[in-house]
Design a protein. Structure first.
Length: 270
């Protein structure tokens, strides 16, 4: 599919009477601006075409949803956000994710592993807004209050899983699509409870924000399966985090580097 064909498809879902389109041929990116707000969001056309070839209309619907919810959050922000600490949740992101907003505001963050970093978000219903340091001050909170409340709130989220067995290895998938699936990685009680039923090596994977994969790796083939699985999720997710997995042992996370048909080496975070 050509970029202009894809843009025309978007226009049927997001009409030009409400949205303005600015296609950058050199960067192969598209800026979509809400006319009433005079603010825009930029998406990668190349990435969207790749997803469209895999999931067709679903890929378009996901972008439309992302755009609409992003601007809904902006509109709420312009009207003034009424917030309480029980609306705050932790968000797992890659360490390459920007630590400063496009408005040059520093996000509130916390170090996690060599592959992941914790951000904090204000839940707005169908979407959320990453908290920056200045916004936290405006809301009258301290950084410690936000972090403590977020850790408490993530424990309230449902942790239902689906199980799959592949070559005698067991995989549990947590996929509620509420924006906080990867955040369940921070629910220590849940991880401890899961570890009790694990017979082999317990692994944790957060390839993108909408899935947490818990592995019960019982043979060497399980690591190859895990590597292929996480890479697939990493390349198809809306917000990729990391294609690496972690071994969970004694409450600690160690990234694992998987070599074909061999058990991986472990390397502790520095």
């Amino acid at each position: 599919m050509k970029p202009l064909e894809l843009i025309e498809m978007l226009k049927t879902k997001l009409p030009e009477s409400t949205w303005e389109y600015d296609y950058n041929r050199e960067q192969n990116s598209l800026k979509i601006t809400r006319r009433t707000l005079k603010k825009g969001i930029t998406i990668s056309i190349g990435s969207l075409i790749a997803k469209y070839e895999l999931n067709a209309d679903k890929a378009i619907d996901e972008v439309v949803y992302l755009v609409e919810q992003t601007f809904l959050a902006m509109e709420k922000e312009q009207k003034g956000i009424q917030a309480s600490l029980d609306q705050v949740y932790p968000i797992i992101r890659s360490t390459s994710f920007p630590k400063v907003s496009k408005g040059n505001q520093e996000f509130l963050t916390e170090e996690h592993t060599a592959e992941t970093r914790i951000f904090y978000a204000l839940d707005l219903g169908n979407t959320y807004r990453l908290l920056d340091v200045e916004m936290v001050k405006q809301l009258g909170w301290s950084n410690d209050q936000v972090k403590e409340s977020a850790r408490f709130q993530v424990k309230k989220l449902p942790v239902d899983t689906k199980m799959d067995i592949v070559s005698d290895n067991v995989f549990y998938f947590l996929n509620h699509n509420d924006g906080y699936d990867a955040s369940r990685l921070l629910n220590e009680k849940f991880l401890e409870d899961m570890s009790i039923q694990i017979q082999g090596d317990m692994t944790l994977s957060v390839p993108h924000q909408d899935v947490l994969i818990i592995g019960d790796i019982r043979n060497e083939m399980g690591y190859d399966i895990l590597a292929q699985m996480t890479m697939h999720f990493f390349t198809t997710g809306k917000v990729p985090i990391t294609s690496l997995s972690f071994v969970y042992e004694n409450g600690e996370l160690e990234p694992i580097f998987i070599l074909a048909k061999t058990k991986p080496d472990k390397e502790k975070d520095k």
